[in-house]
Design a protein around this ligand. Structure first.
Ligand code: ATP
Ligand code: MG
Ligand code: MG
Length: 352
């Protein structure tokens, strides 16, 4: 059987390995933490750092193709691998998605609007950038932020920016203009090596404490907005010569127009609903794309709401298990901590 290597051993790797097994692929994960969610579903684990040269050589040798489940895979590791084995999505996608400044420039080059932005490398640059945006904006670390970490919001000129550069670690930052959006949506799309693209219906996302709380499908958007979101996804995928699944987040303005927020070159939390409401999930779609199989239909048979089980949310598991039309997915994490994603549920709320 063909073997797929997966860099990263979290819940996304766990679900990719499950989808791969169903299509007769073997999986090997590269993950330094031995007791990780993906270890329970993959065929094999190489326990080593993501940039360990010997481990990368072993992975390249043992696999027919290598993919990844998180966007902070060292680009140098992905490029080293790519010299010996196909790496999908292409390492260029990692390069773009790892740095919010590079990402916004790239998205704009694809003809898609983002929030306005300034690179911020000092307190004085922050003061200047904030002034340009009338004292409002969202300050973010350029790299390594997730679940709203590494961010500071300035709601008005009355919010003091004093010490904010140092407070975010003295690292390269980006100040984005504050987008007064009406709602947030995301599109999960996939591209195959032959250039064919499929896209799932957009999900409407609600965050709680900076972490995705629910994804609802269909989103409350017009057909025109839905089409624009799919076209934006297609433009990004083709520009990157992409192979695999991508998740792209957008803000929707009152007039229905779209502002791209960020992209994740991997399966995405806001696409977990696809395993319950579509015949071919985002996980299977990714496996098909990187494994060289034809893409499946992204059609949806149901309306649904996906809800993350975060930290102590897991205590309500017994109730979720009793609920009708409810798809429960747990990540095999034994210890619950605040903010930790323990699993998710998707409630089918009606026929599509
Ligand atoms: P994720 O966990 O999705 O990767 P993240 O830490 O990368 O999140 P962002 O998606 O950039 O962070 O921002 C988190 C949330 O903060 C957004 O979903 C949105 O609600 C809000 N937000 C981010 N940027 C802006 C902005 N420029 N204007 C208004 N709200 C914003
Ligand atoms: Mg992000
Ligand atoms: Mg986000």
């Amino acid at each position: 059987a063909m073997t797929i290597g997966i860099i990263g051993g979290g819940q996304l790797g766990r679900m990719l390995a499950m989808a791969a097994a169903r299509l007769n692929f073997r999986t090997i994960i590269l993950e330094p933490q031995a007791d990780c969610p993906a270890a329970q579903t993959a065929n094999r684990q190489i326990v080593a750092a993501y940039d360990d040269p010997a481990a990368l050589a072993e992975l390249a040798k043992a696999c027919d193709v290598v993919t990844y489940e998180f966007e902070n895979v060292p680009v140098s590791a992905a490029e080293a691998l790519a010299r010996n084995v196909p790496v999908y999505p292409p390492p260029k996608a990692l390069e773009v998605a790892q740095d919010r400044l590079v990402e916004k420039r790239f998205i704009n080059e694809c003809g898609i609007p983002t929030a306005r932005f300034h690179a911020v490398d000092s307190q004085s640059e922050l003061d200047k950038a904030l002034k340009d945006f009338g004292g409002q904006g969202v300050l973010k670390t350029r790299r390594l932020g997730y679940d709203g970490k590494g961010q500071k919001v300035f709601r008005s000129a009355a919010d003091s920016a004093q010490g904010a550069y140092a407070a975010l670690g003295g690292v390269p930052l980006i100040l984005e203009s504050f987008v007064a959006f009406e709602r947030e949506i995301s599109v999960i799309a996939a591209r195959a090596a032959n250039g064919s693209v499929v896209a799932y219906d957009a999900a409407q996302n609600v965050h709680r404490n900076g972490i995705l709380h629910t994804s609802t499908v269909p989103a409350s958007i017009s057909q025109a907005t839905a089409t624009a979101a799919h076209q934006a996804a297609e433009a990004i995928l083709s520009s990157l010569g992409y192979v695999g699944v991508i998740g792209i987040e957008f803000f929707v303005l009152a007039d229905g127009s779209l502002i791209a927020n960020e992209m994740a070159p991997r399966v995405h939390n806001s696409g977990h609903w696809t395993e319950a409401a579509c015949v071919v999930s985002q996980f299977e779609q990714h496996v098909r794309a990187v494994g060289g199989l034809p893409l499946g239909s992204a059609e949806r048979h149901s309306e649904c709401v996906m809800q993350n089980l975060i930290g102590d949310d897991i205590l309500s598991l017994p109730e979720w298990l009793k609920r009708r039309n409810t798809f429960v997915h747990l990540y095999g994490k034994t210890e619950s901590r605040p903010g930790r994603k323990m699993g998710h549920v998707t409630v089918l709320t009606g026929k599509a």
